[in-house]
Ligand binder design. Structure first.
Ligand code: R5P
Length: 313
């Protein structure tokens, strides 16, 4: 009989990892994750990994470097425990925004993060709606990208009217917004956004007809919510209705995001649990990725195609 895979999780994803393991009908693999007083990470894997398929679930969410390192260390521990194949399941892949040098002197951080994980022993990667399609090329091992678009679209449905328009709050979000709009059979519009710094953005108008319509803003992530705040202002200026629906795959909610969101006229904010959501999220509705990730793992175990779970193609 085929042995059940071993699922372990980093501290970034313990609740989601437990739910994934539950859905697969297996207990979450035991491991220790702790920090020395100087903040150095220490891990130990107690679950039986020898010759097993191992799935290490861990978003590289804030604190990004600490969670990336923990994922790398758990992978190394599994490799040294003579695991069979090690797959990193990274629901939110932090560092995916730095997939090229946009100014002299910068690093390609996406590539560095990928190399760290491969050096630790990751042999396959599963990610959910990565920020960059270039992620696949950053790794030398197979990358399986799955998508939360259908679940986000379904969650939006009960609040929709015929007046809704799906809005990408910047050019980078256009493809994701178009996929949500196609699912919901709604028109699209795009806000022109320029990022001034990590925490500040500016908008310069928008493309598409939004006057009198109700906006559904779609982005891959909400970090400081500065993008949503700026998009809301641009939409208001263009004569759009003020009450907003928002859907994003990854909710980081850093740097005053929750207060910024509380000040926006949100009817609903739909996100996934790729990153553990804050306790109080204004108008928040959290959709869990656990069934989809469990189904992804089950299909990989059976050697089946990921079919409709795949984000690309
Ligand atoms: C940018 O390229 C991303 O798609 C998001 O729009 C952005 O990272 C969101 O960041 P924030 O919430 O801080 O504006």
């Amino acid at each position: 009989m085929h042995e059940a895979p071993t699922v372990i999780a980093t501290s970034a994803s313990s609740a989601l990892g437990t739910a994934v393991a539950d859905a697969l009908g297996t207990p979450l693999g035991s491991c220790t994750r702790e920090r020395f007083p100087d903040s150095e990470a220490h891990v130990a894997v107690h679950a039986d990994v020898r010759d097993r398929e191992v799935y290490v679930v861990g978003s590289t969410s804030p604190p990004v470097d600490a969670h990336l390192m923990e994922l790398a260390l758990l992978t190394d521990a599994c490799r040294r425990g003579d695991a069979g194949r090690i797959t990193a399941v990274i629901p939110y892949f932090g560092y995916a925004r730095q997939d090229r040098r946009s100014a002299p002197g910068e690093a390609v951080a996406t590539r560095v993060a990928a190399e760290v994980l491969e050096a630790a022993g990751v042999q396959r990667v599963v990610v959910v709606d990565p920020h960059t399609p270039a992620l696949e090329a950053m790794f030398g091992v197979p990358v399986e990208a799955v998508t939360a678009v259908p679940m986000l679209a379904r969650a939006l449905q009960e609040d929709l009217s015929e007046q809704h328009v799906v809005v990408a709050p910047d050019l980078g979000a256009v493809k994701l917004a178009e996929r949500v709009a196609a699912y919901l059979e709604l028109p699209t519009a795009v806000v022109r956004k320029t990022r001034v710094s990590g925490a500040a953005v500016e908008t310069s108008g928008l493309v598409g007809d939004v006057r009198g319509m109700a906006p559904v803003l779609v982005d891959d992530m909400v970090s400081t919510a500065g993008t949503l705040e700026a998009a809301a202002a641009a939409l208001r200026a263009a004569g759009c209705q003020t009450e907003m629906l928002v859907a994003a795959v990854h909710g980081l909610f850093v740097g005053g995001a929750v207060a910024r969101l509380a000040a926006l006229p949100l009817r609903r904010l739909v996100i996934t649990d790729s990153v553990p959501p804050p306790a109080r999220l204004p108008a928040g509705r959290v959709e869990t990725l656990a069934p989809m990730l469990a189904s992804t793992i089950a299909r990989l175990e059976r050697g089946e195609s990921l079919g409709e779970l795949a984000a690309h193609g």
